[in-house]
Design a binder for this molecule. Structure first.
Ligand SMILES: CC(C)(COP(=O)(O)OP(=O)(O)OC[C@H]1O[C@@H](n2cnc3c(N)ncnc32)[C@H](O)[C@@H]1OP(=O)(O)O)[C@@H](O)C(=O)NCCC(=O)NCCS
Length: 160
């Protein structure tokens, strides 16, 4: 990707609808929220898109300074969010996505590097990220950015 035309900058309030759109367009096959819906259907009238989009709102509220967008011209191509656990000098990347048309060009890697630089600047000592076992890109990308696998988790759910 043309380095000069791409800007990674802090998220603004006006970006939020774009981030939500990118999220629901991007996370289809890799979101736990969608897997729950596939298995159990709707349980309160809210679909997985509403729940997943709300995660981004929650990230921005929890740590607005840790939310960054990648922009080319006026088009937002991707974003990354960071949450900070200051008591334990630890940062976590709960969500990131790149629009499908811009994938595979190194943008995800650049967003991760940007988030890691932000965490270092905040004095944090450990960075965490997680991915679903079904997300082959995450399992390739995160180790290649320096993350080491620590543990695997199994998600259970049942209807009440
Ligand atoms: C994950 C995501 C943000 C990566 O964005 P991106 O801009 O395509 O990332 P990059 O181009 O920097 O890197 C992608 C890497 O995955 C590799 N890759 C692509 N498809 C792959 C596949 N099916 N299996 C394994 N690796 C794959 C690419 O070759 C590249 O690695 P390389 O740099 O060593 O060649 C993007 O795919 C996305 O938005 N996915 C949907 C949402 C999502 O999964 N978010 C993360 C949740 S944990």
């Amino acid at each position: 990707m043309d380095e000069a035309s791409l800007l990674i900058r802090p998220c603004r309030d006006s970006d939020l609808p774009h981030l939500q759109r990118i999220t629901v367009e991007s996370f289809g096959s890799v979101a736990l929220e969608q897997m729950l819906e596939h298995k159990f259907g709707l349980w309160n009238g809210r679909d997985w898109k509403a729940r997943k989009a709300a995660h981004i709102d929650e990230d921005v509220i929890a740590c607005p300074e840790g939310c960054f967008v990648a922009e080319r011209g006026t088009e937002i191509l991707g974003y990354i969010t960071v949450r900070i656990d200051r008591a334990n000098l630890r940062g976590r990347i709960p969500n990131m996505a790149v629009v499908e048309s811009a994938r595979g060009l190194g943008l995800g890697r650049r967003l991760i590097q940007h988030a890691l630089d932000f965490m270092r600047g905040e004095g944090l000592k450990l960075a965490q990220i997680e991915t679903m076992a079904s997300n082959a890109i995450g399992q390739h990308l995160y180790p290649s950015c320096g993350f080491e696998e620590v543990a695997r988790q199994v998600h259970y759910a049942m209807k009440l």
